[in-house]
Design a protein around this ligand. Structure first.
Ligand SMILES: *Cc1c(COP(=O)(O)O)cnc(C)c1O
Length: 369
């Protein structure tokens, strides 16, 4: 039997009736744009994160773009981020009108390296976007201190970190804004695109609310150039259902990660992910190992022969991407990130993944490496 990377069918099987009921409710009310399900979901997320405001938008990418746009960035402004992330992180900085400045990562956590950040700060630096990659929270206390010391804004890309805590406080609540994604494969996934911004700052909340709806505070009166970027009512209705189960699902993800780590701890050429101790919590959207000594390709072949899915997040750092050639980076600029792009491998991870499946995956790995 095939073991997928994530298994939404398994999740939806148990929710089928609830989801169908929720969709029928929305269809009956026919209030499709910014309907009450959106407001309800915003309230629930706001409570979940103990944040002052939560604003639903069309995607995680838009959550990043719209929150960055609150800072009136100019072309010469610089925003520091990691090159080891999904393109949306840097794309949002570019879309908001500023220049991404990349900074190498930490080899143990795959997150931005705090010792490197300060070296990248110039008189043009306006902010930092941290990414909690795979669900592992960045060292938010330290990064916040750096931001405060240099008067920079801090935005958290929480697309992969739903449910992660840093020192007992939710990742996403440390900076000016936390940006969530409800892309189907994320820990809290919709049946399509969706995103949200959480913030304690009323000015950011007000602005994002206008941005998402053509720059209006009052219908047909436009204060600023905006977007059409609203969280879809149907998606919000479905997310309201899934949110009830999310803590249980995250606990299951962490259990699977611990089991993987136990089986892989002593396997040669495999570096297992760090599982932080409470009150810091990894959300495990992805379970990602590093495969040493050029064994990754052979391992991927072997997994594929055994019908086990895997993925490389991400095979080419952003500073080496064609789209960012004009920034002038070159190979060798960020050695840790470039090394890891050849080594990382994400293995099947979802709440319903059975321990027997993990046994099988790990025995294939042991034999292959
Ligand atoms: C998925 C993802 C995004 C973008 O989210 P979308 O909802 O797909 O737009 C941004 N950053 C990271 C790190 C992601 O993994």
């Amino acid at each position: 039997m095939k073991i997928p990377l994530a298994d939404l069918n398994e999740q939806h099987k148990n929710l089928k009736q609830e989801i169908e009921q929720a969709i029928a409710n929305v269809v009956n009310k026919s209030n499709f744009i910014l309907g009450e399900e959106v407001a309800k979901f915003e309230q629930e997320i706001q409570k979940y994160f103990s944040a002052k405001f939560a604003i639903g938008v069309a995607s995680g990418t838009d959550a990043l773009v719209l929150s960055l746009m609150c800072f009136n960035l100019k072309q010469t402004d610089e925003v520091i981020t990691t090159p080891f992330t999904f393109i949306a992180t840097a794309e949002a900085i570019t879309r908001a009108g500023a220049k991404p400045v990349f900074c190498d990562i930490d080899s143990a956590t795959y997150n931005i390296n705090l010792d490197e950040i300060e070296k990248k700060i110039t008189s043009k630096t306006r902010g930092i976007v941290v990414v909690h990659l795979y669900g592992m929270p960045a060292e938010l206390d330290k990064v916040k201190k750096i931001a405060e010391k240099h008067k920079l804004f801090l935005i958290e890309d929480c697309a992969q970190s739903f449910g992660a805590d840093f020192n007992g406080k939710k990742a996403g609540t440390f900076g000016e804004a936390g940006c969530l994604s409800f892309f189907p494969a994320k820990t809290l996934g919709a049946l399509g695109d969706g995103g949200m911004i959480i913030t304690d700052r009323e000015d950011i909340a007000d602005k994002v609310r206008m941005f998402r709806n053509h720059g209006t505070a009052k219908k047909y009166y436009y204060k600023m150039h905006g977007f059409n970027s609203r969280l879809d009512t149907l998606q919000a209705a479905i997310l309201n259902i899934k949110l009830k189960y999310i803590d249980k699902w995250i606990t299951l993800r962490i259990e699977k990660a611990k089991y993987y780590n136990k089986l892989l701890a002593a396997v040669k050429n495999i570096v297992i992910p760090v599982i932080p101790t409470l009150p810091t919590k990894h959300g495990f959207n992805y379970y990602t190992v590093a495969v040493k000594n050029n064994k990754r390709n052979a391992l991927m072949d072997e997994l594929s022969k055994n019908d086990i899915a895997c993925a490389v997040y991400y095979p080419l750092c952003l500073h080496l991407q064609e789209v960012y050639m004009s920034l002038g980076y070159k190979k060798g600029d960020f050695k840790t990130a470039e090394g890891l792009q050849e080594e990382v491998l994400s293995l099947p991870m979802y709440p319903e993944l059975s321990l027997e499946s993990i046994d099988k995956i790990c025995s294939v790995i042991k034999n292959a490496v």
